[in-house]
Design a protein around this ligand. Structure first.
Ligand SMILES: Cc1cc2nc3c(=O)[nH]c(=O)nc-3n(C[C@H](O)[C@H](O)[C@H](O)COP(=O)(O)O)c2cc1C
Length: 149
């Protein structure tokens, strides 16, 4: 089976998961690991199974991922699974799988079988601390969000 692991990642969290998935997939399959910006929608038609990775941006998949999903080119028999990283420790009342709606929609529109979603909390990069502090009304120095990994 030909497997593609593709992802968008700004600060490296989603890339770490992508590499871990790729390492496992490569043990048993012909696997490729590519940044989203390095593939064309047409490239995707050459794979049997696609892992699509994205950080959560404002409660949604990252814009480049959604944009790519909108232009995807498929062929019959393909399968796709999603993986997401996010800074929030957990969304107890939310189903992370709900954030993959754009993946499910793209799969449905293109006859691709959707195979589920993996999500994991990522380390919040230093450059985002201030923005998150402001958004959540936290005082500087509060370790509420990022004191533990
Ligand atoms: C513009 C922006 C918006 C974000 N919005 C959310 C959000 O709504 N919920 C959340 O849990 N994390 C949010 N994050 C945090 C990222 O999802 C998280 O740090 C992710 O692991 C980053 O992945 P990356 O290192 O692959 O870029 C946001 C980050 C950025 C840059």
């Amino acid at each position: 089976m030909k497997v593609l692991v593709t992802y968008f990642s700004r600060s490296g969290n989603t890339e770490k998961i992508a590499k871990a998935i790729y390492r496992e997939a490569a043990l048993a399959h012909k696997a490729g690991l590519k940044k989203l910006e390095d593939i064309t929608p047409g490239d995707m038609a050459g794979y049997d199974f696609i892992f699509m990775g994205s950080p959560l941006h404002s409660g949604s998949l990252a814009a480049p991922v959604k944009e790519c999903l909108g232009r995807i080119q498929s062929r019959s028999g393909q399968k796709m699974a999603a993986f997401i990283t996010h800074f929030a420790p957990a969304y107890p009342e939310q189903d992370m799988d709900g954030f993959t709606e754009p993946v499910k929609t793209a799969c449905k529109a293109n006859g691709i079988e959707y195979c589920g979603c993996f999500d994991c909390q990522g380390f919040l990069t230093e450059s985002l601390h201030e923005a998150v502090q402001k958004k959540m009304n936290l005082s500087a120095g509060s370790g509420r969000i990022w004191s533990s990994r």
